[in-house]
Design a protein around this ligand. Sequence first.
Ligand code: HEM
Length: 422
Amino acid sequence: MTTEQTLDINHQDPKLDELLFKLINSPEGRSNPYPIYNELLHIAPVFKSTMGSYVLLKYDDCQKVLRDNRFGKAENTPEERKQRAELIGLTQQEIDEASQFFESRGSMLFVNPPDHTRLRSLVSRAFTPKTVDRMRDHVKTMTDDLLDNLDGEVDIMEQLAWVLPATVISELIGVPFDQREIFRPLVRSATMLLEPVLSRDDFLAGLNASKTMTEILTQLLDERRKNPRDDLMSSLIEVKDGSDRLSERELIATCQLLYAAGFETTTNLIGNGLFALLSHPDQLELLKSNPELTVGAVEELLRYDSPVQFDGRTALLDADINGQQVDQGAMVFTILGAANHDFRHFHNPEVLDITRDEGPPLSFASGIHYCLGNSLARMEGQVVLRRLLDTFNVIELIDQNPERRNSITLRGIKQLRVNLKR
Ligand code: HEM
């Protein structure tokens, strides 16, 4: 029998591949991955898929790889990209267009040091806990303005969960508010490119959405160059034009990443988090009468149903996982949603307990790519929950089983219908 010490990372079994495939490529797995995580955490918390990728589900293993600089972002050769594109069934012309797109993904999320260090340091000051805390009162006011219009039957996703983070990040970057609705479907399509498996249609839609966002941001940056303001776009333009620390391509990619990362994930923190709370009335009541539990409650909601479930790295050189050899070029899936439900790390992980005190979840990943916006997302989550609970006497689910979005990397709810009474 395999013990914890001797878990073989090269363990292969077609049954495990079936489970992995069900997880990432079936409506059932995407809508509720937790039973599959649980099964894998028991039978094979680390294994090698027959496609050659390593799959990690344990908290400790995921954290170790994410913190290990021998693992990083894939630097695929044009030949490797071509092979992948052919796998999705793209034509030669589409492959050429896709290659140009991948060449232009110059944001910190997709690169390794030293470029990563340089790009991240240019914007990190705008996202420190201190800077974010200074925004708290303003975000409270924005939230209250939105809540003023809500009463009776409401779709939280439509009327609160996307619009608040989108407004906050628009203001921070300097994207005019009237562009939020234009960006909304584009961001949704573009983030499908983060899925581990993708249909040809979703790939092409994601590619087009990404190109359109690039065009809009290029125009906005041109305008901002003529009329600088007190926002991130203006300060990045100053860096770009005044030094050689940022290229034009990186400037656009950075704005695009910050904008997309800033609202799609936090939308799902609000949606998944509120749904989890409303499905556990005892926890809801506990939080309602104990405001001091709000910070911990958001941590637990991030753990319980994480907005980002999948992450991954590539071995940049020959490396090892727990002393076992991993060849350069190997891909490693780090399943954050499973790590957050690892019974070796969290006591009774299936239980929602807002007083849990077992350290942070892996929802923001770890290591050098640890979410830059974590303080902002946490603050927005805390403010929204608190204002909702303090404003409404009754918050009831209308639909006990809301439909999930058909994606696994970003996990979210399509519609969250609730009844609100003051
Ligand atoms: C609950 C909400 C959020 C979750 C769960 C989340 C999750 C994550 C995760 C897992 C990563 C690491 C990706 C990787 O390892 O490759 C990441 C990176 C990142 N996140 Fe977030 N995020 C959230 C909100 C935000 C917000 C509000 C922003 C604000 C702009 C943001 C900006 C970023 C950026 C810029 C990166 C790339 C960091 C780097 O590569 O160094 N995120 N996020």
